[in-house]
Design a protein around this ligand. Sequence first.
Ligand code: GDP
Ligand code: MN
Length: 370
Amino acid sequence: MKIYEYQAKEIFTDSGIRIPRARLVTEPKELKDTLRHLPFSKYVLKAQTYTGGRGKAGLVVKAHDEKTALKEAQKLFKRVNKILIQEQINIKEELYVGFTVDRSKAIRKLIFSCSGGVEIEELSRNHPEKIITKEIGIFTGLLPYQLREILVDLNLDKKVKNSIHKTIQSLYEIFSRYEATLCEINPLAVTDDGEVVAVDAKIIFDDDALFRHKDILKLRIAEDEEPLEREAKDKNLSYVKLAGDIGCIVNGAGLAMATMDVIKHFGGSPANFLDIGGAAKAQAICDALSIINRDESVKAIFINIFGGIVRCDEVAKGIIKAKNKLNIDKPMVIRLIGTNDKKAYEILKKEGLSSHKNMSKAAKAAVSGR
Ligand code: GDP
Ligand code: MN
């Protein structure tokens, strides 16, 4: 689960990490009044999104007077519905600090760089030596000497280094306490007066651990989620929207992944990942088709079901029900095989539909059907 920068910064404050003064605005009509009453006059207007890279996307804008701030914030409100108006900080050094999980090594790690900022991805590609990584022992946790090793070569005052040390330690505590998969400050700024301030804040939580963190669940803002993803969640379908144009309905996560691979192999691009589950009934197929049918980027629908516990005739009934109810006019390629498939083929045939048996042939048909 992702949260917004302003929400992550509230967690930071509770843990003693310094953040710039700021105010969240959610209504364009409140801008004028808010700006007038803010105790600072140099602003950074920050669109609140769940995605990173806002600086490069023009979603973080500096303004040096109230009038410009108002104009720029109004522009941002055309793209998002929440803006954080932050005091502009004089940044002397931009550092990067992040805690994350290295899945290939099954270990948590600390990533640090004294060249933080919007170019961090380029830096990791072109100057990997400027990025320091420390693995966190499963039983020991992050150890103080690991932080000292990072800071020893930094050309900064002892007092500043102490503040950085404390900030990283606090970030680690948040990362551990909430079982996050990512906690990141980029940039962690050192100001002209030697203050250490988290200018940005990013936390991603592990969905599978959230049942232990009810206070974090409360930070979910359902109306800001992708509407189709939200609906899928409510209907217990595991659905992720992607950039392509072939809508996929599949049972089982493994087959869903394989289906996306096969579509790619034949030159297509999946519009979504959708696993209806291993024991789906007709209604689940109907719900899934309803969601995919409303995705405007979908040009063809590919239904790929392996009948095991799921019965193919049940799936066929779901398809027919959805087709009649939803007026699906997008080309639909069906591949059903396994339990009760003969029965399913008869049900489909009566409605003028047919099913492939071979997955490759079906995927090819879906790709050329767009
Ligand atoms: P992101 O691009 O989504 O990671 O958004 P950030 O909050 O990191 O902002 C992008 C960039 O804007 C930062 O890397 C900074 O270089 C710059 N920036 C943000 N806030 C300030 C500020 O208060 N003062 C200065 N000088 N630069 C800022
Ligand atoms: Mn950032």
